[in-house]
Design a protein around this ligand. Sequence first.
Ligand SMILES: [Zn+2]
Ligand SMILES: [Zn+2]
Length: 387
Amino acid sequence: MLILTSQVLGPGIRRQRAHMRQPVKSTLEAGETEHRERDKSCLWKVGAHVSAAGGVENAVLNAAAIGANAFALFLKSQRKWSSPALSSESISLFKSRLQEYDYSSKVVLPHGSYLINLGNPDPGSNGPSEKRHKSYECFLDDLRRCELLGLELYNFHPGSTVGAISTQECISLIAECINRAHKETKFVTTVIENMAGAGNVIGSDFAHLGAIIEKVENKSRVGVCLDTCHMFAAGYDIRTSEGWQTMLKGFDEQVGLSYLRGMHLNDSKADLGSKRDRHDNIGLGFLGIRTFRHILSDDRVQGIPLILETQDFEQPKEVWGTEIQTLQQLSKISDNELSETKERDLANSIRDAIKSVGGATNKKPRTVKAARQRKGKGPETDGEEEE
Ligand SMILES: [Zn+2]
Ligand SMILES: [Zn+2]
């Protein structure tokens, strides 16, 4: 509804909402599009993985609508090997909207297809590297889409051994693909995501990420995206300020802080070290509100995209809008001011936003993944990681 209105009437006539928690209107009046207020002064660039349904250009409108200062998107269907090329109209609209809404390419972090496994050793029937070849082509196609859109970052999952090779062999295959892709493209930076560590997946240990980067020839075009849910599931306990500092120190030693190009901000439905990739809404999982205060007060993660991959219950403006607002609030208060009561209040504001749109926060959202797959919308907020 919002998207259609924006497309028809143009974004110039949007109006900002003074009251954040008003109920969402299902239809908009003519000449009107509503946006969450956007706090451009916040030094931490918080946003969400928004829908690009109907064209990548719509992702910019969807980001603006929730008051995001950064955003992620899929550049094509995340579940298909090949998709139609980006149209020249989509490309020019995407670029003009980035300008119009004041998003620099540094805060846009596209997410790669879930099918890609650059580490697949592939005993396929059509030759020894059939599956990796397919993954590589899909990866390269994504990178070219980034460059067509003028985007400088591209986030992807490193890959999996599929139980057939060693971690070291898999790491070499991944680095080989990155090196090849750098030669076949011009400027986009390949941003490797840390993983929760299920099955044979590479990247739950920072040492894996460091080892891949070590083998990358053009180090100016490789980076890392740290997912809070994944790192917690992998055993990095960032719930205390000391834990956060220790994690980043370890990251700096094993990878290097200069490679940190983005973060995914997700709470976790699974406990520390579970190796389970189960995203929860901010403040409602095992991590809790206070964890995010460590992030939203650390100047080392200022300016990079901080992306929510939480469930939006089909009402991104209410749910993600509230999560963004809450996270930005955390950047403005001191540790002393974050009492247990305040912490509870902030978590409750997110819980209330979810309830207000009919979402349940105490049940396993089994149906959401299926719904997203049907619609080809935003990221999967539950079990993103696959072998
Ligand atoms: Zn991911
Ligand atoms: Zn993620």
